[in-house]
Design a protein around this ligand. Sequence first.
Ligand code: KIV
Length: 282
Amino acid sequence: MSTTDKTVIDARPKRQATAKNIAEMKGTTPIVCLTAYITPMAARLDKHCDLLLVGDSVGMVLYGMESTLGVDLETMIRHGRAVCRGAKQALVVIDMPFGTYEESKEQAFRNAARALSETGAGAVKLEGGLEMAETVKFLSNRGIPVLGHVGLMPQSVHAHGGYAARGRSEDEWQPIINDAKAIADAGAFAVVLEGVAEPLAREVTASVPCPVIGIGASNACDGQILVTEDMLGLFAINPKFVKRFAEIGRDIEGAIEGYSREVRSRAFPGEEHTYKMRKVSG
Ligand code: KIV
């Protein structure tokens, strides 16, 4: 191959990652994941991330809901489409909202198929351990890649009585390890592990053959995911596991305060923002 040929091949856009690509990253490089709900954000995150999750956290982050339970499939599909328009390289995963997959594996397939076919995303995520293993197998065997989610499961907030971290005493470990193993054995390409103590995260990561993506689950996992708006500092509440990489909330307030001051003082719009009349020739 000549140098020119190589240059042409290297200049081609990178292919969009698949669930299989993510699964193959176990034990190689740490997997970088973030949430995204809208096109411009997805476009900015895309080249830095391996996976973009259209999380049902959209209900709390964009719509001000108290929990994720009120999010419906139509909302996930609308935001899924928006994210797919912005993502060219990262795998896009759609979160299955509460009530759209738990009833039966057939219900799960019907709704997961809509989530993929109506958005262009490459996988779905669903919460649950042992009790969801049959469903994960059903979907995986029928061409729907599944990202599992065990440990702290926000859709079970009422059953668990809150969002407290799990596995902080050893007697809580075994059910979570069993959940992760069941979902991995059922064919999940990766599993999100949320809100658990580090030794348990280490144990789960060593126990399953697929990548474990941690959120509030220490550095012992194969990859990390955060809600983008959390790590950008858009919210006043800052959970222990979130590192703020920016203070966008503070910057937005500063910008709005400047805008309001300049509108009131008539400093904005200035000459440079103002259309002039066209010169009429002749
Ligand atoms: O909905 C979501 O954003 C999630 C991640 C935080 C894992 O489930």
